[in-house]
Ligand binder design. Structure first.
Ligand SMILES: *Cc1c(COP(=O)(O)O)cnc(C)c1O
Length: 384
């Protein structure tokens, strides 16, 4: 789809996809092939080998680029594989500045894989840009942020970070998994590249693991494609088909995730057994103003703690849930719950966990697209 002025819902359905040139099939075929017959030596139709390029993957890569208002997209076998490709642009001696409440898998990738190749990582609080300013030096090559963050829903000022590094040779990468392009477009705010775990909202149905990198910068795109082809952590055609299908309802699902999220956040806030509720839509959320500026709505991710602050009390609430399923991951049509202190963030030392607000009674909800009334009743009976 060449037209760039369409609104988001139209783009979600049409971006990147054309009727199949061979048959007219309206849905992008699953090109389940490793190789392509060449007409003559050195002459092919743009496809030589599926690690390098595959038509189903290309359709999805173009769709994701368009949804982020960018030119280039690259899909990987997981979100983590996408971050791995970004880090492989760096050299020994380079330094990365990132947040202290990073997604656990990203933290593990940085500290146990890339640190031993001589890349140095700084984990800092980034809602205060003066700390970022102090941490930057001539070796800083990448700033990696997640906003909203997991599970505390902190918001980082993307434009503020981009302005701070303007005219410096530093890449700003944003993990846009929680917001999705429906809520936030980091490239429009000055980011150099955007990464997604397509496993979550983009796929949206908890049936695929995939990642993507999107950029408007030709130099970065060339590097990412070189690494995608050289390291080979590509997404398969069947999985690309599933995410292409998921994208067609992204705007509808996100609208409902946001509505349900808001309803549940206000319900929890008034509940006598609940201590704190973390959701960026509240006026008293510390970063509410920036959230309002850079996001179109506030999403369906909520964390809350109990007044008792005992892990056992959180467990007993979670065991009583009838609709919210106990599982890692997020962003699917069905509502999920997890216990960050023992599940997603168990790798963090207890002291660091407490300092970032991940108390023992903290419960995270990925609010699905079921009927809000049923979800509220489920919370009600579980908290009773
Ligand atoms: C899940 C997730 C990832 C990792 O993606 P996978 O597809 O699981 O490899 C990275 N960042 C965030 C914010 C996530 O939620």
């Amino acid at each position: 789809m060449q037209e760039n002025n369409y609104k988001f819902g139209t783009k979600a359905i049409h971006a990147g996809v054309e009727p199949d040139s061979a048959t007219g099939a309206i849905m992008t075929p699953i090109y389940q092939t490793s190789t392509y017959v060449q007409e003559k030596v050195g002459q092919h139709k743009g496809y030589a080998y599926s690690r390098t390029a595959n038509p189903t993957r290309n359709a999805l890569e173009n769709a994701l680029a368009e949804l982020e208002n960018a030119k280039y997209g690259a899909c990987f076998g997981s979100g983590i594989a996408a971050i791995d490709a970004v880090l492989k642009m760096l050299n020994p001696g380079d330094e990365v500045i990132t947040t202290d409440d990073l997604y656990g898998g990203s933290y593990r990738l940085f500290t146990t894989v890339f640190a031993k190749y001589g890349i140095k990582f700084h984990f800092i609080k980034m809602d205060d840009l003066s700390i970022l300013k102090q941490t930057m030096n001539e070796n800083t090559k990448l700033i990696w942020i997640e906003t909203p963050s997991n599970p505390m829903m902190n918001i980082i000022d993307i434009k503020g970070v981009a302005e701070l590094i303007k005219n410096k040779k530093i890449i700003l990468g944003v993990d846009n998994t929680f917001a999705t392009p429906y809520l936030q477009n980091p490239i429009d705010l000055g980011a150099d590249l955007v990464m997604h775990s397509a496993t979550k909202y983009l796929g949206g149905h908890s049936d695929v693991v995939m990642g993507a990198v999107v950029t408007d910068n030709k130099q970065i795109a060339d590097e990412i494609y070189r690494i995608q082809n050289s390291s080979g952590a590509i997404a398969g055609p069947m999985d690309c088909f599933l995410v292409l299908r998921g994208l067609k309802t992204l705007h509808l699902r996100m609208q409902r995730h946001c509505e349900n999220g808001e309803n549940l956040a206000y319900f929890l806030k008034d509940h006598p057994k609940v201590d704190k509720v973390y959701w960026p839509g509240f006026k008293d959320h510390p970063n509410h103003e920036i959230a309002t500026e850079q996001m179109r709505n506030f999403g369906g991710m909520i964390s809350f703690s109990l007044k008792s602050d005992k892990a056992e009390d959180a467990f007993s609430v979670m065991e009583k849930f009838k609709i919210f399923a106990l599982a890692e991951s997020l962003g699917g049509v069905e509502s999920l719950t997890c216990h960050p202190a023992t599940m997603t963030h168990a790798a963090l030392p207890a002291k660091d966990r407490q300092a970032t607000g991940i108390v023992d009674s903290l419960i995270r909800l990925s609010v699905g697209v079921e009927d809000a009334e049923d979800l509220i009743n489920d919370l009600k009976q579980a908290l009773a």
